[in-house]
Design a protein around this ligand. Structure first.
Ligand SMILES: Cc1cc2nc3c(=O)[nH]c(=O)nc-3n(C[C@H](O)[C@H](O)[C@H](O)COP(=O)(O)OP(=O)(O)OC[C@H]3O[C@@H](n4cnc5c(N)ncnc54)[C@H](O)[C@@H]3O)c2cc1C
Length: 396
């Protein structure tokens, strides 16, 4: 019997597996995908200190992928740029490489059995002390037992459905997000996370491996045909971001546009009788947050700590899992609220007259100086939330 069976082997599942494997637990981890393989993502992540914990930070930094320290915000053509706060660097390594790095790391442990191309079917409580998990591989059904079982199988989680994990928090339907990889974008020096807003549309552009740029667009209005005709909608919207569009030397005709249509953000019940869920299976935050991977890493870190306490006999299952649930839900809820505020803000275009003030601001350095000199008062007047953020920054 395994101590832990994990379904799903990307950010949430593989990172959880690494943390538990180094503590000596016997783990079976399943994934229906083949590896290495890509997944839907624009792969921006900032919390690379997690990779120190997984002992792969050196490998991560050795792979030639952009190391981004700057953020550029282009608001209807007016450009603001600065060093990124909150994290030392942002990485935009393609998921096909990043996920593979995690998988290779977990496979180094003798106490880990990884079964690829194995599709979870169902789990039932077998006895007081174990669950019976079935999965299909090469058209054959297999059965395994685990003391604790974890679903890290993404936003369409079959594992969560198996346990009918109820949705405890749900937003209204949120805008589509579609992206593609382009080879013909002239790079910025130094590289930036580029954030564009034009005509109630958000676009994020980042350089990634192999001299490609990832471009993601989220329409905040007129969202209807995006899921049906993503390529047409994407290509006809791209020229709105004029400073980005002018950097295309040609249009990649073959580029594939992928993504998601309108859908709700949610947080589910995180655990039940010796099962738990983590990553997108637990909570889904719109990709505009650029935090799905970081959220998954944080979730697996908290879950690993709770499971270790349980297995060590330091506390009961119910208590350790309540701790996990409280912490991760608090985090996910704040991410969801941040996204809602972003959408609400940018849904309303700045009226033409006021936009001239923004241009004025970018034209006259003395105005920026005056803003800098009086920023704490200005931000307090603008919004209490930003004032708190600002005060925290000043204190650190
Ligand atoms: C368009 C888009 C852009 C995004 N951009 C970013 C970004 O820039 N930065 C960021 O941080 N996040 C981004 N995200 C979100 C990020 O990709 C996810 O939050 C993250 O991948 C979640 O990791 P996970 O391990 O929970 O789930 P996943 O990455 O979805 O992995 C789940 C795994 O479970 C496996 N699985 C599923 N069902 C089964 C089954 N029945 N049996 C066995 N295995 C199964 C799958 O094969 C998969 O490998 C984006 C998402 C989208 C849709």
């Amino acid at each position: 019997m395994y101590d832990i069976i994990i379904v799903g082997a990307r950010c949430a599942g593989a990172s959880l597996c690494i943390r538990l494997a180094e503590l000596g637990y016997r783990i079976l981890i399943l994934d229906k995908s083949h590896f290495p393989s890509d997944t839907n993502s624009t792969h921006i992540f900032g919390e690379i200190y997690f990779f120190e914990r997984y002992n792969i930070k050196e490998r991560l930094t050795a792979v030639p992928s952009p190391d981004i320290k700057r953020m550029r915000v282009d608001l209807e053509g007016s450009v603001f740029e600065a060093d990124i706060m909150m994290t030392d660097r942002v990485t935009t390594m393609r998921r096909i490489e990043l996920d593979q790095m995690l998988v290779q790391r977990m496979e180094q442990y003798d106490n880990v059995t990884f079964v690829k191309e194995a599709s979870f079917v169902k789990a039932i409580k077998n006895s007081e002390v174990s669950h019976r998990v079935s999965y299909i591989k090469s058209n054959k059904e297999f059965f395994e037992e685990g003391k604790v079982i974890i679903g890290a199988d993404g936003k369409y989680s079959k594992f969560a459905k198996n346990f009918a994990a109820p949705i405890e928090h749900k937003t209204e339907s949120q805008p589509p997000a579609f992206y593609g990889y382009f080879s013909s974008v002239k790079p910025l020096t130094p590289p930036c996370v580029e954030w564009y807003v034009a005509d109630s549309h958000i676009c994020i552009c980042t350089p990634t491996n192999n001299h490609l740029h990832t471009v993601l667009i989220t329409p905040l209005i007129d969202q209807n045909d995006w899921a049906k005709q993503p390529r047409e909608k994407f290509m006809s919207t791209l020229p709105k971001f004029s400073n980005l569009y002018s950097r295309f030397s040609s249009m990649d005709e073959e580029v594939v546009i992928k993504g998601i249509g309108k859908r709700e953000m949610y947080i589910k019940k995180a655990f039940g009788d010796h099962w738990a869920i983590v990553g997108d299976a637990l909570g889904w935050v719109h990709p505009i947050s650029g935090s799905g991977m970081d959220d998954a890493f944080l979730g697996s870190e908290l879950l690993a700590q709770s499971l270790h306490h349980y297995f060590q006999g330091l506390d009961e299952w119910q208590n350790v899992m309540e701790n996990y649930e409280t912490e991760i839900k608090k985090h996910l809820l704040s991410q969801i609220n941040r996204v809602l505020t972003t959408f609400e803000t940018f849904k309303h275009p700045i009226p033409h007259k006021q936009l001239e003030y923004v241009n004025l601001f970018c034209t006259y350095p003395s105005l920026i100086h005056r803003f800098g000199s009086h920023s704490s008062e200005t931000i307090r007047e603008l919004d209490e939330r930003f004032y708190h953020l600002f005060s925290t920054i000043l204190q650190t």
